[in-house]
Design a protein. Structure first.
Length: 462
């Protein structure tokens, strides 16, 4: 049986549906990864206070947090196993990230045992948990960066930055708990709190930009609560204290409570954002399935009732105003238009309904429900406009993700070339940004463009 245009067109639409279902599976992976990040953040905060207080505080909270995290770790392993299977087959990059995450997870039991014995310092424990969480955040970042659908991609960008903001809030809780529980203000930890507050503001600003309006409004309303006011007062106490000054250790419980309330609010937003992602995927799948049905009807009409060739030529050029083309070219144009609506592009993002509506219009435009050349031309134009809009929306979302990539690469370059720590590298970029009144992204790009000889003789201690 010879290959037909209909087979190719309809298979393209079926593949689009499969891609959307694949994307829906990745949303489930994003959800479980986010759950584990939340659980480990709680465990990190409690472990920090436990170690900083010499085991006098947060012992019960630490054990409870660990008990919550362990089953979520098992659920993530199950998700990884599913993505090894053909229906959800992961890319090489995704599999590599999963492998790194598994290595980190396998080190957690030993870390927990050391914390139980109070072997590591509070700073070391925070750093160890933060490395595990950083790998999980990177996994989510990759899943967002690979999303081909603008509606889902936009929500994933909001999700990535919400998780990043929540991670900075989690680290702030842990570092602040360490300061208050120890009863002493140290310069390094004080500066770290300042950096984490700034990091939250940057990430949550981007979350607001890409989130659904209802989520954005609710987050803004949450900033006006008494708990936030208390958190700001405790922050000021930490940020304004003199170095080596005594801190009221009894405030550690208040700090942990209000910081936990903030993280719980972010967690609730994260849960609702996952629900939005699921709904977006399902809506796109249903739209493409309807489009497939309409495309099958359109192609059947074209096959059963071919367009009159003479009238088609005349009507086509009266509509388009273009230069005359051979009749064979016209037939190809008509078939291309039909294929365009059936095959679509991307995952049917913004304006996805255009193809469905226009397909029905094309079938019903002429008397007797016969498709016309003019309706097919309009169909092709509408599809082209939809594809252009989708490309613009995807570009906007990916620019937001690319900013993080560039800043992380610039930090890595400074760490490698100057022997700086990650925090010192970020501070250097931020200082250059303020000194020169330029965006952090611009400074990061300029840093990456500098040749190696510029950094010679400028090590961390020089």
């Amino acid at each position: 049986m010879p290959l037909s245009v209909s087979q190719l067109v309809l298979r393209a639409k079926q593949l689009e549906i499969e891609a959307l279902r694949h994307l829906a599976g990745r949303v489930e992976l994003v959800d479980v990864t986010g759950q584990l990040i939340d659980a480990l953040q709680r465990e990190r905060g409690a472990s920090s206070g436990f170690l900083a207080s010499g085991g006098q505080r947060f012992a019960a909270e630490r054990r409870a947090a660990s008990a919550v995290a362990e089953p979520v770790e098992a659920a993530l392993r199950e998700q990884f196993a599913q993505h090894l299977q053909p229906p959800l087959g992961a890319s090489t990059r995704l599999l590599s990230l999963m492998a790194w995450v598994l290595l980190d997870l396998e080190a957690l039991p030993a870390l927990r045992a050391q914390i139980e014995r109070q072997a590591p310092s509070a700073s070391d424990a925070v750093a160890a948990f933060s490395r595990v969480i950083a790998g999980l955040v990177e996994l989510i970042f990759h899943l967002a960066d690979a999303a081909p659908n603008p509606d889902v991609s936009r929500l994933l960008v909001a999700f990535v930055h919400l998780v990043q903001g929540k991670e900075a809030a989690g680290q702030e809780r842990a570092v602040g708990a360490q300061l208050y529980a120890s009863g002493l203000c140290t310069e390094a930890l004080q500066q770290r709190v300042v950096q984490l507050i700034e990091a939250q503001e940057r990430s949550l600003h981007l979350f607001e930009e890409f989130a659904e309006p209802a989520l954005r409004t609710r987050w803004q309303q949450l900033q006006l609560t008494p708990k936030v006011a208390l958190l700001e007062r405790l922050r000021r106490t930490l940020c304004m204290a003199r170095h080596e000054a005594a801190l009221d250790s009894s405030l550690s419980d208040d700090w942990f409570e209000v910081a936990s309330v903030r993280i719980a609010e972010l967690w609730q937003l994260q849960t609702e954002l996952v629900a939005c992602l699921r709904q977006a995927c399902q809506a796109q799948i249903e739209a493409v399935e309807r489009d497939l049905q309409d495309s099958e009807g359109l192609l059947r009409q074209l096959r059963d009732k071919p367009l009159p060739r003479a009238q088609a030529v005349e009507r086509f050029f009266s509509q388009s105003g273009g230069e005359a083309l051979p009749v064979a070219g016209l037939a190809g144009a008509a078939h291309s238009a039909a294929a365009s609506v059936a095959a679509g592009s991307g995952s049917g993002g913004a304006g996805a309904g255009v193809g469905v509506v226009d397909a029905s219009a094309a079938v019903n435009a002429a008397p007797g429900h016969e498709p016309s050349v003019s309706s097919l031309v309009e169909l092709l134009q509408a599809q082209s406009e939809r594809l252009a809009r989708m490309e613009v929306e995807l570009d906007t979302a990916r620019r937001a993700l690319n900013e993080r990539k560039v800043i992380e690469r610039a930090k890595g370059a400074l760490m490698a070339r100057l022997g700086l720590t990650e925090d010192a590298a970020l501070r250097a970029l931020q200082k250059a940004s303020m000194d020169h009144n330029r965006r952090l992204l611009d400074v990061a790009e300029a840093t990456l463009a500098l040749p190696d000889f510029v950094f010679e003789g400028r090590g961390a201690g020089k």
